[in-house]
Ligand binder design. Structure first.
Ligand code: ZN
Length: 101
């Protein structure tokens, strides 16, 4: 099942909560983070909603308008450590690998 990307401007949101030591939000939510002038996002897993950032040193090629997550396409694929979701962000939709062909 594909899930629409949507930007969360704040983590002060009723839909965001901790379970154990992990932060969860609405599946497909993207929270903008910057580090050393490099744009980045925390992505809430499209399946389980666990937030996570890229492994250090891992980066993606971005197509689309970085200010509008609904236009983004990332290359290569995204793999989430939480529940092993693996898929792509294509034109603002998270698509599991098994549905992407
Ligand atoms: Zn997950």
């Amino acid at each position: 099942m594909s899930v629409l990307a949507m930007e969360m401007r704040s983590l002060e949101d009723d839909r965001v909560s901790y379970r154990g030591d992990r932060l969860y939000g609405p599946p497909g939510a993207m929270f903008r983070v910057g580090r050393d002038g490099i744009a980045g996002f925390w992505i809430a897993c499209p399946r389980c909603g666990a937030f996570g950032s890229a492994r250090h040193g891992h980066s993606w090629e971005i197509e689309g308008d970085p200010s509008d997550v609904s236009t983004l396409t990332l290359t290569p694929s995204i793999r989430k450590a939480c529940c092993d979701w693996h898929g792509f962000l294509v034109n603002g939709q998270f698509v599991p690998v098994e549905e992407s062909v």
